[in-house]
Design a protein around this ligand. Structure first.
Ligand code: ZN
Length: 354
């Protein structure tokens, strides 16, 4: 269970293995690339290889005690930094300065407890690292301890301060081709980690937009329902001025946030689905045939919507959805109100550009 688990990332794997076998592991790395590319898996394998007890060429073996501890998230020298708790005791949506202080800085200059080196993994994708937290990290990057390794995971380098990026070794992860994703699903199925839920692999790839982890969380059917709602939402927005049923759109958006604690998460997932569909529509308009859209099965419908919205309307709409995602996910605005405001903003965008 070693590097062969990371599909379609030969260049990244080769670079990391070279560093490991030449004994020239850097103090900090940035793994950058789209969601679902395998950055998290690579970080785990790299951390395992640093602690593994197998002969060097076979690291990580996946079988020795340190390897199993890292895989299980219980190795004391491999720390995945989590967001701190807010006042009510719930985890925040971003990794802030307190999390970095408590989980990284407090330990970065101590000796490893069991392994050869301490590894700190910070994933900037789902739970963004705040600017304050990055500033705090700078110190460890400027005066690194020889026993410490920092792994930063991020969808794109632009999301990180340049002062951070310049001090890290950069490893690029590319978007996985459909064939690679099918292979990933097949091996997951073989390993009994994914049951299929009565869906074709291609259907799952479309629904998760490449983030196969979402399907593993047991939500393929929920994803299908969410995509249906997002598509209905976009089609409703496309209706000509005067004919759009705004009440219906508000109800539809409101239905995505059923209330309670889960509503923020639900709103984020709905907005991500909207963003994915809008990106596909934009790709189909801008460069038809050049890139395969995630939702290849909806190609005709999406191309039709694109013709009605136009390029300007689509880029503007994407910006608005992106902003709403930031509001709900990071700024912590009220999910229902944010979606409501989005309905009116998008209606204005479509009306203006149609
Ligand atoms: Zn091992």
């Amino acid at each position: 269970m070693g590097w062969e688990n990371l599909r379609g990332q030969d260049a990244a794997v080769a670079a990391l293995r070279r560093d490991l076998t030449s004994g020239r592991v850097a103090h900090a790395y940035v793994f950058h690339g789209p969601p679902g590319a395998g950055k998290g898996t690579a970080a785990r394998l790299f951390a395992q290889a640093l602690q593994c007890e197998a002969p060097e060429a076979e690291r990580p073996c996946g079988a020795c005690l340190p390897c199993r501890k890292v895989a299980g998230g219980v190795h004391p020298d491999v720390v995945t930094v989590r967001p701190e708790m807010d006042r009510s005791g719930k985890p925040k949506r971003s990794i802030g300065i307190d999390a970095v202080r408590e989980q990284v800085l407090a330990r970065a200059y101590l000796r490893p407890q069991e392994g050869r080196r301490q590894a700190f993994i910070l994933d900037n994708s789902d739970e963004p690292v705040t600017v304050d937290a990055f500033s705090a990290l700078l110190k460890t990057l400027e005066e690194p301890s020889p026993d410490t390794l920092l792994l930063l995971l991020t969808p794109n380098l632009q999301g990180l301060p340049a002062t951070i990026v310049s001090r890290c070794r950069k490893v690029r992860f590319r978007a996985l081709a459909r064939a690679d994703q099918r292979a990933v699903l097949a091996s997951l199925q073989e390993a009994g980690r994914w049951e299929g839920e009565g869906m074709e692999p291609d259907e799952v790839i479309s629904l998760t937009m490449g983030r196969l982890g979402l399907a593993l969380e047991g939500g393929a059917e929920a994803l299908a329902r969410r995509r249906e709602a997002a598509l209905e939402f976009i089609e409703g927005l496309s209706a000509p001025p005067g004919k759009a049923d705004e009440v219906q759109l508000l109800l539809l958006a409101g239905g995505q946030v059923a209330g309670g604690e889960a509503s923020r998460e639900a709103a984020v997932r709905f907005l991500e689905m909207l963003r994915g569909l809008l990106r596909d529509i934009l790709i189909l308009q801008a460069a038809p045939g050049a890139v395969e859209p995630w939702h290849a099965d909806l190609e005709e419908t999406l191309a039709g919507i694109g013709r009605r919205w136009g390029m300007n309307g689509l880029t503007e709409a994407l910006d608005r959805v992106e902003a709403a995602l930031h509001d709900v996910g990071v700024v912590n605005t009220n999910p229902a109100l944010t979606l409501e405001a989005l309905v009116f903003a998008l209606r204005a965008t479509v009306a203006l550009n149609a």
